[in-house]
Ligand binder design. Structure first.
Ligand SMILES: Nc1ncnc2c1ncn2[C@@H]1O[C@H](COP(=O)(O)OP(=O)(O)OP(=O)(O)O)[C@@H](O)[C@H]1O
Length: 395
């Protein structure tokens, strides 16, 4: 039984610099501080990193594992899911992450200032936290179970763990479409191109939101008060807050307040922090707009600039959470009015796509796209999935 230090890099993520950065900066820094990786793994496929790490853990019967990981969020996701699906008892796994992916949501959230710096040292902040023996921060995980049919119980259920984001609607469409643009546009600009292509889509379905474990109600952010309050429509009888579509945006995060260095979509995760077993849910439902009375092609065009106003707010330190509908549906940051963005804090949620709307059947889990079968649904929870304290990150 022993401790284990493994260095992993994904040579194809982001701008493909993870290998060179690991060899030129990460491994030399470890040796300069008296640490030698027991294994250095260059990922060969999506499954490879998790399996190679599992083999290394089993070889030495490791009880404490440090993984120095040069990649984006997707490789971290692959590793966590592979280990969780392996079935065995896992040791505690602490990650030191080096941002080499496209968006690097987790690193950007933990080190917002370093995330925009070109200095090699900026990218080494998590590794330095490990070397300085800082206490690693536990990662809260969201477990999304995808059911093939809302009537078939748990038969054919598939589960995915997210360490950053679980989404449907526009965000899932963007991630789905942007993958095809990866070669052509290696940077974050591909997300904007994909967003443009999907801006007129509305996604039909219904949502149930469940309170944080041990809390009385789902909380929602009230911009006028600048704080979270219990949602008035939460039903104690159902144990849920029910929201009907159509939805433009439905996104749920854990551990992060941003998905890119400047795209601060769930800013209250850092401004009004909560415990680990909760998620931040950001929703846009066009029918809340006082200017819109029906789902029509014209209404969808009317809504596009409002969608961009909300997304634009996320790029301005998360100011979208304070946007309101003024007179005749004008989007404004001052005064009173219905919040444009529904920002909720909950313990989990259920997404039931409309059977006739194929586009609402995409689920994104840390960038991995999962197709929900027609008639299926997704239940996501941040509590009781068995991995509450297995994974942590140095920061
Ligand atoms: N050798 C490989 N060949 C092909 N794909 C790989 C290989 N190794 C890992 N992958 C896959 O590469 C994908 C992209 O990696 P990752 O998500 O870490 O970077 P990214 O998408 O550029 O960044 P981010 O997730 O931060 O936007 C992951 O889905 C991972 O499964």
């Amino acid at each position: 039984m022993s401790g284990l230090l493994v260095a992993i890099y994904n040579p194809v993520c982001g701008d493909r610099t993870a290998k060179a950065f690991s060899e030129e900066h990460v491994l030399p820094l470890l040796s300069a501080r008296g640490k030698t990786a027991n294994k250095v793994i260059e990922t060969e496929s999506p499954e490879h990193a998790g399996q190679a790490l599992l083999d290394a853990i089993q070889e030495v019967d490791a009880v404490e594992v440090t993984v120095v990981l040069a990649s984006g969020d997707g490789t971290l996701h692959d590793i966590i899911n592979h280990l969780a699906n392996s079935g065995g008892t896992l040791p505690k796994i602490n990650f030191a992450i080096i941002p080499c992916g496209t968006a690097n949501a987790l690193f950007s959230s933990l080190f917002p200032e370093s995330a925009t710096s070109a200095e090699p040292t900026a990218r080494l902040q998590s590794v330095l936290a490990y070397l300085d023996e800082k206490q690693p921060k536990t990662l809260g995980l969201a477990a999304a179970s995808v059911f093939p049919s809302s009537r078939s119980g748990t038969d054919g259920e598939r589960r995915t763990l997210s360490a950053v984001v679980t989404s449907t609607a526009l965000h899932a469409s963007i991630l789905h479409d942007s993958e095809a643009l990866r070669k052509e546009i290696p940077g974050i600009e591909r997300f904007k191109v994909a967003a443009d292509r999907n801006s007129r889509k509305w996604y039909k379905g219904s949502v149930k939101l469940f309170p944080v474990h041990g809390e009385e109600a789902v909380q929602f952010y009230q911009p006028v008060l600048g704080t979270f309050v219990p949602h008035p429509d939460y039903s104690k009888g159902d144990g849920a807050l029910n929201l009907e579509g159509p939805f433009s945006y439905f996104l749920s995060t854990v551990n992060v307040d941003r998905l890119e260095p400047a795209f601060c979509i769930s800013p209250l995760a850092s401004k009004i922090p909560s415990g680990n077993s909760s998620c931040e849910v950001v929703i846009l439902r066009p029918m809340r707009d006082p200017e819109i009375t029906a789902d029509s092609a014209e209404s969808r065009s009317v809504y596009v600039p409002k969608l961009w106003a909300a997304m634009g707010g996320a790029y301005q330190q998360g100011s979208h959470v304070d946007l309101k509908y003024g007179e005749a549906g004008k989007v404004q940051s001052e005064g009173e009015g219905l919040p444009v963005v529904e920002y909720l804090r909950c313990g989990g949620w259920e997404w039931k796509p409309d059977e006739n709307d194929e586009s609402s059947h995409l689920l994104c889990s840390d960038g991995e796209i999962i197709q929900v079968q027609l008639g299926g649904k997704v239940i996501c929870t941040t509590h009781g999935h068995g991995y509450d304290d297995k994974f942590a990150v140095y920061c």
